[in-house]
Design a protein around this ligand. Sequence first.
Ligand code: PMP
Length: 367
Amino acid sequence: KPEDVVNFAAGPAKLPREVLLEAQVAALNWEGTGIGVMELSHRSKEFDRIQNECIGTLRRLIQIPDNYKVLLLQGGGTGEFAALPLNLTQSSDEVADYFVTGTWSQKSAKEAEKYIKVNYVLPKTSKYIEVPHESKWQLTPEASYVYYCDNETVHGVEFPSIPNVGEGKTLVCDMSSNFLTRPIDVSKYGVIFAGAQKNVGCSGVTIVIIREDLIGKTRKNCPIILDYTVQAGINSLYNTPCTWAVYILGQVLKWVEKQGGVTAMQANSATKSTMVFDVIASSNGFYYLPVAENSRSRVNVPFRVGSEENREKLEAEFLEEASSRGLLQLKGHRSVGGIRASLYNALMPNDVEKLTTFMKEFMEKKK
Ligand code: PMP
């Protein structure tokens, strides 16, 4: 039955059922207007309200200080990889510090290299299994900003807390995959960004939270849709936004608020990830999670099944049997293989229990 399916996708990912049921109605007839959300003009007072309520809810949820602006942009997280150097630096001689802890921060650093000098803070590696200790960090005193990805979606590497990069630095963070899964001290950041399609909505909108003093420094050759100065000046409505994605984002944010806000999400997140970690830890090596304990992600748990010799066969069987039980989209990213369970906000502990029960049964049968 469709209700019994559990979707462990890494994004686009599961959305709260309540939100989707309401969205069905809103798609046809938004608030009794006879017009569906997707059919409203982005210049209408109705859409203005949808957009402003969405931003207002986000401000309440993570107590965004008044000296920060919230932008809702297009171009995905990937768009921000270029937008950041184009908005925060003036010339290609400037340096920014990049922590590369997985695929996404690596892509971001590579994109930034088109526009600035990138200093790699961490020793280069092809195996992303931890956030290396502070003693291995090489920061640049004159860096225009310091960039990190709070949670690496592919490798399952998450910063346990805000990295201590020293006073007065402009800290920039990609929170695409763990946004609103724990409280955020926005005042510690220059810019925070997150694509909506994992924890807070569907694809098509990217949230950018930026401290006001960083606005107004955009390079002249920055594409206008990535221009924070322009977008901040007109409530992110320079051109036609993905109105549906903004609507869904607003509804998911209200849902998070109803669930008890980010502290409730954090508690849920701890419960869910601990359930999976415990099965792995007590499996005597049958399941293997390569990430160091202090850096393992609460939201993307990548793991291997069996030993090196029988891994390929067992993982294929694992995925097939899981799928026959309605446990879907558990395949690891193509670049790393194995299994990946993504445990975003819309997934509940009882959903994860179905996975851990299956993991235990599968192990009993195969070990
Ligand atoms: N950052 C992170 C952490 C991601 O997981 C992703 C996408 N999975 C991106 C950035 C890129 O986002 P998009 O596909 O929206 O450009």
